[in-house]
Design a protein around this ligand. Structure first.
Ligand code: SF4
Length: 330
């Protein structure tokens, strides 16, 4: 079935049945990815943060948090531990603390991991930077930049980010433009599903992403994280919950809107749903996630960001996918 999307968003597809959306998304997936699935593992560099996001255990006011920023050597150890699990693609995740996790530090980490491991892709999930800082990060060896807007709804954004540099909505929403101008062609985007009404968030992200494709020829990774309770975070429940069937629609809508983009599902979701989302258009999964700094080489030492739901090892996920007929990207 062919669903037509309006150039500004996804309005005509919103009324289609979930079955029709999945069918159209599967067609688009087949055309660009076949049965291929990309896998990556996040490496948390730091949980030191100046921000106070209501949904995150790394928030500055969580005085119970055990804080840690890995040294460059510890980051390499961690990368090696992940590589030993058979993973080739890494996403370095860093909270916002320009002194403890500076741009210089991030450049050193990329250089050391490039020199001392055989990992093929290094992504960076990090706060927004100025163009010149982005340029240095790109030159240091990061292949792509990821930064979730969390919510495109300005009032909700203000409410969820009461203090810290992340309060600046415009600085964050324009980060992708600055990253693209600095040479990042692959951009990772997402909203934290559950913060605000998904029928507002999804078209807003699609419009934003489309401008980046049109202006810079950007290659997209679109993530669909759902809010999960985090130790030390005051927000215990999603203000606008996104149930499984809606999450499935969102994945399908992203696939239909951007047939060649990676649509990414994290370990926040259970294994059976992750596989169902692959059938609804997702093309990439995180695996073996430990949501605190040093989680692979030094288990359970420092505060985690949230509890993962799919806690299988990378090897277990690979084996399960192959058994079910999926092809793993090299
Ligand atoms: S979500 Fe990111 S910016 Fe906000 S408190 Fe957590 S680590 Fe810091």
């Amino acid at each position: 079935m062919k669903l037509t999307l309006d150039p500004q968003g996804i309005a005509p597809a919103e009324d289609a049945s979930t079955e029709a959306l999945i069918e159209a998304a599967w067609d688009a997936r087949q055309q660009h990815f076949g049965r291929r699935v990309g896998l990556f593992t996040p490496l948390y560099l730091s949980n030191d943060c100046l921000n106070n996001c209501l949904y995150c255990g790394f928030r500055r006011d969580n005085t119970d948090a055990a804080r840690k920023t890995l040294t460059v050597e510890e980051a390499v150890q961690e990368a090696r531990a992940i590589e030993a699990e058979g993973v080739r693609h890494l996403l370095l995740v860093v909270s916002e603390h320009p002194e403890r996790a500076s741009v210089d530090y991030l450049c050193d980490v990329a250089g050391a991991i490039r020199a001392q491991t055989g990992l093929t892709t290094l992504g960076l999930n990090a706060p927004p930077y100025a163009v010149e800082e982005f340029r240095r990060l790109r030159e240091a060896g990061y292949d792509y930049y990821q930064c979730f807007q969390e919510t495109y709804h300005p009032e909700t954004y203000r409410e969820m980010h009461p203090s810290g540099p992340k309060r600046r909505y415009a600085w964050r929403v324009e980060a992708m433009d600055r990253a693209a101008k600095a040479g990042f062609r692959r951009l990772g985007m997402g909203t934290l599903l559950g913060l605000h009404d998904w029928t507002f968030e999804v078209p807003a992200l699609v419009r934003h992403a489309r401008t980046l494709v049109d202006r810079y020829g950007a290659t997209l990774s679109l993530s669909v994280p759902r809010l999960r309770p985090a130790p030390g975070a005051p927000l215990r429940q999603a203000p606008s919950p996104v149930p499984d069937d809606i999450l499935t629609r969102i994945v399908a809508l992203y696939r239909i809107a951007f047939p060649a983009a990676h649509v990414v599902v994290s370990t926040r979701e259970r294994p059976t749903l992750r596989e169902a989302l692959l059938r609804a258009g997702a093309s990439m999964l995180s695996v073996g996630s430990k949501t605190w700094p040093g989680g692979h080489a030094h288990p359970d030492r420092w505060t985690k960001q949230f509890d993962v739901v799919d806690d299988r090892s990378a090897a277990e996920v690979r084996e399960d996918l192959v058994k079910k007929g999926w092809e793993l990207e090299p």
